[in-house]
Design a protein. Structure first.
Length: 178
């Protein structure tokens, strides 16, 4: 287990569609542990594998519930309701926008024992899962915005990044609350 760097907006891996995992092995378990450690250290509520440079359909989510969720090869089976809420992203720090998401979803995913399970989730947890599944499909929250709003946020991003190079950001381990 370790805290690993996060890929930032502009990194090509963030726009790639992730590959299905299939069999759960020690490499998958280690990747899940790295995702959780990195998410906690970065004070996030979700993290997808491609955000750390790995194009596999794995994500983790930890909202207000006591237990974090591991999503392996997740598929949303149903959606209900719509709510607009503010979202941010560990790959696009300091940018936020109101995004419409389903308020209630049923998602099928594989657990670490290799079993397919269905989760019935709502509210913030549903929003976070939808956000992370978008990542696995190469979609960023910015892609849900109108062209004008997206352009304004991208201009702000360029100002924030002025003088900085590269698309990878180290995550400080001292933020970890694992």
């Amino acid at each position: 287990m370790s805290v690993v760097p996060i890929h930032l907006l502009g990194s090509p891996v963030l726009k790639q569609t992730s590959e299905e995992v299939g069999e759960i092995d020690s490499a998958v378990r280690k990747l899940v542990d790295d995702l959780k450690d990195t998410m906690y250290a970065a004070s996030g509520i979700g993290l997808a594998a491609n955000q750390i440079g790995v194009t596999r359909r794995i994500a983790v989510v930890k909202t207000e519930e006591a237990v974090s969720l591991t999503l392996i090869d997740p598929v949303i089976l149903s959606r209900e309701g719509t709510d607009r809420g503010e979202e941010g992203c560990l790959s696009i720090p300091e940018l936020y926008a109101d995004i419409d998401r389903s308020t209630h979803i049923v998602v099928e995913t594989t657990d670490l024992d290799g079993n397919r399970v269905r989760l019935d989730v709502a509210d913030l947890r549903a929003r976070a899962i939808q956000h992370e599944i978008d990542h696995l499909d190469g979609v960023l929250f910015l892609d849900h915005l109108s062209p004008l709003k997206r352009r304004l946020l991208l201009q702000k991003w360029k100002k924030l990044r002025k003088g900085k190079t590269g698309y990878i950001q180290e995550v400080s381990k001292h933020n970890s609350h694992v």
